[in-house]
Structures are given as C-alpha cells and as structure tokens.
Design a protein around this ligand. Structure first.
Ligand code: GLU
Length: 475
C-alpha cells in the first residue's frame, strides 16, 4: 500500500528565520498539498550550543505569515505540533542501542583529547573502537564510562543514493565516516535524530537544501541498518546572492523578518521564492500559491543556482501592490507602516483615496509613508529643488492662491479648466504653474497627478500650505 505523501521541514532554531528555510518550506508545502498529504514542522533543537531562544517562534510566525500552515493531528504530535527533538531524547537513545545490538553501531570511548590526536594523525576517526569486543564494551558502558555510539559503516561496500532531481550516485563506503549517532551526553546527532524522526513521522519525501546532500549516504545507510523503507530525496539548489556566492549574511539579507520589515508582502516573497526553483508551464511570473500547487510537477523544478535578487523581489512586490492586491487589502497592509511612522490616516476612505493615487508610485510598504507623508501631515520637509521652484514661482503662486480661493469646490472638473485658463491668460506654459504649486503643497516635484491630488488634499489644506510656502521663502 502506498503511504500518504508526507513532507516536513526540520529547521534548527539557531537564529533569525532564513529565507532558505522559507523557500524549502514552500516546496515541501506545495508537494504535500498537491498530493492531499501532510506537511510537518519538526524543530531540530538538539544542538544546545547553537540554540537561540525565541528562534522557534520566529520560524512558526514566518510560516504563518507566508500562509504555509503545517498539519497537526494525534498521529503527528497532536496539540504539541510542531515536534521538538529535545522532547524525544529517550527515543533516539533507544534506537542507537538497537543498532549496537544488531551490529550496525559500536561504542567508542575515546576522550576529546584522544580524538583530537587521532584526527591530527589520521585526518579523521579511524574506527579503532570497532575492535573492542562487544562484551567488554557493554561492561564499560554499564560501569558508566563516558562514550559515544558510532555508525559501523560496512566496509568494503558501496551505498547508492538516489536523488529525484539529480539522479543516482554510488558512494564507496570508504568515503563514508563512522559518524557519531549518540553523543556522550545522551543527545543524538543530526543524522540519527533526523532519520529516526523521518521514519516515525512517516515522511515519504525529503525535500531539503543541497547542503544536506553530503549527509544523505549516511542516512541511506541508517535506513538500511534499521530495515526501514527509504523516502524519496530531493535536494533543492541553494539560493545565491547576485554574483553567484551562496546567500549569506555576508552576501545579502537572509532573515525573512528583514524582508517583512522592509515592506515586502508575504504573497510577493512567496511568489518570488517559487520562481527560485520552479516555473509555470506558460512562463507566467505572477501566480498564487493555489496556482502553483495546481501546476506543480517535479519536471518543472530546476536545479540551476537560483539568484535571490533584491531588485527583482522589489519589482515583484510593486506588481503585487499595483495589480494584485485589492485596495482594501492594500490599506490594511500599509496601516502598520503608517503607524510606525507616526502618521494618522484619518479614515479608511481617505487612506484608500490616497492609495489610489500613490499605488503606481511605491514598491514596498515601507516606502509608502515616506512618499505619501504630505497626504497625512503638514509636517514634511521641502526638497531643495522644491524650494527653488517656490522661489521662482512666488509671483505666480500669490495670484494662483486668489484663484483657488475663489473656486466653489476642488473637483478636477473645476480645478483643471480654471488652472489651465489661468496659465493661458498669462501666456505661461502649464508647467510653470504646476511645478511651483506642486512644490508648495507637497514639498517635492514628483507627485501623483495635480488635479486628483488637489481634490484629495482638499481646499483648506492646499490654501494653508500655499500660505506657508510663501512665508517660507520670505523668511
Ligand atoms: N536540521 C536540519 C536543518 O537545519 C535539517 C536538514 C534536513 O532537512 O534534513 O536544516
């Protein structure tokens, strides 16, 4: 009987949630959903030295933010999901002991100093504890002598590793070290805990970053040792920074929290990460998670080094802002950024009017309060160029103020013909009127269309700012 497709991510809580984890989570999620299977989160927190308080929560928040919800259920951890390896230590010990009994593992008693010496002389552990007679090893262990349990790699021999994306590689077992499975403090190593859990959790498809490819022969041997059915392995290409180096703190920003704080939308990040390993059959670049699930096929996954490029991500974010989100959604998304900037948006209706005008003019949520500040407060700075325009156009502005005061309302149907006639009567190019006006009421020279903007700002604000601008240059 075929098993239910089960995928997982197994992040270690060692720091900020990494975009690489988001990318791998995405492909695991999509494959599980495509098959009506399940997607598990397992926190691999057995490396206590690298453990970072709060990192697990950040990982879970990241998944939630991206809309990649994981499954819970009595058979996979129940209300305790996600799994935490630190809560399952007895289990790993039991399985390590089982391998000792079956002859697939052995106890090794070297002290850290001895190991260091062996490493220096032999370039790595040479398997010398294999020669300790089992009865002796058991007696020493019972007497409480500190020791580790190591995998007894069958030598001579070969190990075949099949990767669904890369094909099959046959390793000479001479290249595979007798890795430690259980440490002297009773903690499992990554290899043991990872394989035991993948098996117990019914993981059928291991989708992970290619940096784990080197560990896979060890894992395959462990499956063989336990007599367990192998999962399928898919090693996804690592994200690269522009230039080709591995994406890291040195070459770029790796924390998903950073992208969120910069005002990247979860939809855009998710969409962009999809493109790091997958393309739609019709080549479309903008697509939903559901559309990806629908179209997903491993044949459409490429293993070439994907470049994670901020510029491209921002471009995609801008597309989501302009074309994908509804105005209501967009309003909700910018609110926290307005709040953070200390700006009051008055009402949803007003905010939406501003967004309608500004939507083509910003690409990240964080840019919005910067670029749209003058819609929410008089407390904005005048760009130097704007001050010059005001100075040059001071005479025009004084006259224009009279005209604007006299208008019955500020609808474009009213202001547009009036301002045009004003320019014409004076033999002025329209620009000569617009630029100083724009500068006076917004402090800048690039803004949305004048007539729509006048309407949204309203007569009181416009006249107040005109006065202020004229005073500014007199002072
Ligand atoms: N704990 C490993 C990590 O931090 C898991 C790798 C795997 O998926 O097997 O990514």
């Amino acid at each position: 009987m075929s098993r239910m497709v089960t995928t997982r991510i197994a992040p270690s809580p060692t720091g900020d949630p990494h975009v690489g984890t988001a990318y791998i989570a995405l492909f695991n999620y999509v494959w599980a959903r495509k098959n009506g299977g399940r997607f598990i989160v397992r926190i691999e927190d057995t490396d206590r030295a690298r453990y970072v308080e709060g990192a697990e929560k950040q990982i879970l928040n990241m998944l939630k933010w991206l809309g990649l919800d994981y499954d819970e259920g009595p058979d996979i951890g129940g209300p305790h999901a996600p799994y935490r390896q630190s809560e399952r230590l007895d289990l790993y010990k039991k399985y390590a002991e089982e391998l000792v009994r079956s002859g697939w593992a052995y106890r090794a008693f070297e002290t850290p100093e001895e190991l260091e010496k062996i490493r220096k002389e032999k370039g790595g552990y040479d398997g010398r504890a294999r020669n300790i007679p089992p009865e002796e090893a058991e007696a020493r262990a019972r007497a409480g002598e500190p020791h580790v349990i190591r995998l007894k790699v069958p030598r001579p021999g070969t190990t075949e590793v099949r990767d669904e994306l890369r094909g099959t590689v046959v390793y000479d077992n001479a290249e595979i070290p007798d890795v430690v499975l259980l440490k002297s403090d009773g903690y499992p190593t990554y290899h043991l805990a990872n394989v035991v859990d993948d098996h117990l959790m019914g993981v059928t498809d291991v989708i992970r970053g290619e940096e784990w490819l080197v560990s896979t022969p060890i894992h395959v041997l462990l499956y063989r040792a336990f007599g367990w059915e192998l999962p399928k392995f898919y090693h996804m290409p690592l994200l690269r920074a522009p230039g080709g180096a591995k994406l890291s703190k040195r070459t770029g920003h790796t924390s998903v929290d950073y992208y969120r704080e910069q005002g990247i939308l979860p939809e855009a990040l998710r969409n962009y990460l999809s493109l790091m390993g997958f393309s739609m059959p019709d080549g479309r670049e903008i697509f939903t998670l559901e559309e990806m699930i629908e179209a997903f096929d491993w044949k459409r996954v490429h293993v070439g080094a994907p470049v994670f490029d901020w510029e491209k991500l921002v471009w995609m974010n801008g597309k989501y802002i302009r074309e994908v989100l509804s105005l209501d959604e967009l309003a909700e998304r910018v609110k926290p950024f307005l709040e953070a900037a200390g700006l009051d948006w008055r009402s949803d209706a007003y905010l939406k009017k501003v967004l309608e005008l500004m939507r083509p003019r910003f690409e990240t949520l964080k840019e919005f309060p910067e670029k749209a500040r003058y819609f929410f407060t008089d407390d904005f700075d005048y760009e130097e160029k704007a001050v010059k325009e005001i100075q040059k156009g001071a005479e025009i502005l004084r006259e224009l103020k009279g005209l604007l005061e006299s208008l019955p309302d500020f609808r474009p149907a009213t202001t547009e013909p009036a301002i045009k006639a004003f320019a014409e009567e004076r033999g002025l190019k329209l620009r000569k009127v617009m630029q100083p006006l724009r500068a006076a009421i917004t402090g800048r020279l690039a803004t949305p269309g004048m007539y729509e903007m006048l309407e949204v700002l309203g007569k009181d604000t416009v006249l107040r700012r005109l006065d202020r601008a004229l005073k500014l240059i007199e002072a």
